[in-house]
Design a protein around this ligand. Structure first.
Ligand code: FAD
Length: 336
């Protein structure tokens, strides 16, 4: 690969641009906003690295949301995401330009790509971070991520290797408003594009019948282990059906088979922003609350008055989740 730009022309805080499902998936824009803060502290700029086919429109969007530079690798071979090709190209570009920081979304995409990149670049990676700051004394990136099942928050630094890499869950940071007058530079690096994947993509199609769903529901009933058994959990489906809402679940509820994997909420599941979230029988572990923190109103039901979920709830009900949800169903049936 030939470096056509001197590295000082690029910022040293880099964000990986994931533009798939652009209107719902805002994590890149959220990271640009955070990247701006970090870059200001380091007196540098924010660069978004984006790969794909005909990506100029996304590059412009990134500039409008705060990117100072967009490094765009634009080629028809990059139309579909292929992990081997993306890993090689990003690793080559990062090795050439040597950013200080490289951030990406903790999406299924980022979770596949970033560990591979970290190995190629021989650096560390903090996954699923919930906070990022610059240490004022050392200038190092402080990467805060949940550890030991969420009981502890680990503050990680990468003192010796570069880039300092982290993935961040969608919804942790707020994107900046779109500014169509913003000015940025779009740089097209000279990269060798070759089909270096062992996977051949024959066709792709969106999942049927999943449009909207949990992410767009205005009311969500989320159940945790405290619902006790499948029959009790089924009350949540009845409630959702009655009022046109959706059902979400914690990891133990999914593991018990009460809800499908795609209903999982949290750090390794979905992030939602309903108007009303009713959380029943969930303790409020950090990995779960990461997915519900953007709900407008949270009502929590738990029999333990000290459950952490009550710290974030707008309304808390201490009691047996099964009987309270059954009572709610009964009352709603009478009224609707
Ligand atoms: C790397 C990693 C990623 C993870 N990602 C996720 C994720 O994306 N999403 C997720 O949910 N979890 C995730 N977890 C697991 C997470 O740490 C918690 O273990 C999980 O969220 C707890 O689920 P829960 O609240 O249903 O169960 P518990 O923590 O066991 O809580 C059950 C709660 O129900 C209450 N309860 C019991 N019986 C009743 C009753 N009859 N009525 C009312 N309340 C009752 C209890 O008081 C308790 O507070 C992850 C863990 C790790 C290590």
């Amino acid at each position: 690969m030939k470096n056509t730009e001197p590295s000082k022309a690029l910022g040293s805080v880099w964000i990986f641009g994931d533009y798939r499902n652009y209107f719902q998936n805002r994590v890149t824009l959220q990271l640009i906003a955070k990247g701006k803060d970090l870059a200001e502290r380091l007196e540098t700029e924010v660069t978004v690295l984006v790969l794909g086919d005909r990506i100029h429109q996304y590059a412009m969007e990134y500039v409008a949301h705060g990117a100072d530079v967009v490094l765009a690798v634009d080629h028809p071979h990059l139309k579909a995401y292929q992990v081997e090709t993306y890993t090689r190209i990003i690793a080559e570009i990062a090795a050439e330009y040597r950013p200080e920081i490289l951030l990406g979304g903790a999406t299924s995409f980022g979770r596949e790509l970033f560990p591979r990149l970290a190995v190629r670049l021989e650096t560390g990676l903090s996954s699923d971070c919930i906070a990022l700051e610059i240490d004022p004394e050392t200038g190092l990136l402080l990467q805060t991520s949940p550890a030991f099942g969420g009981d502890l928050l680990a503050e990680v630094i990468t003192p010796d290797h570069r880039p300092q890499m982290a993935t961040v869950h969608p919804g942790v940071f707020k994107e900046r408003p779109h500014d169509s007058g913003a000015v940025g530079r779009i740089v097209y690096p000279d990269v060798e594009i070759r089909p270096d994947t062992r996977v051949e993509l024959l066709r792709s199609r969106p999942q049927q019948g999943r449009k909207g769903g949990l992410e767009e529901a205005s009311v969500v009933f989320a159940g945790g282990r405290g619902m006790g058994h499948a029959e009790a959990f089924a009350i949540l489906y009845e409630l959702a059906e009655l009022i046109g809402g959706e059902v979400g679940a914690t990891r133990p509820a999914v593991r018990a088979g009460w809800a499908e994997e795609e209903r999982l909420l949290g750090q390794t599941g979905k992030s939602i922003k309903p108007k009303l979230l009713i959380s029943a029988g969930a303790s409020g572990a950090l990995q779960y609350t990461a997915g519900i923190q953007n709900a407008e109103i949270i009502v929590a039901v738990n029999r333990d008055p000290n459950a952490p979920i009550f710290k974030m709830a707008d309304l808390g009900l201490v009691g047996d989740a099964r009987s309270i949800m059954a009572l709610l169903l009964e009352e709603l049936r009478k009224r609707l």
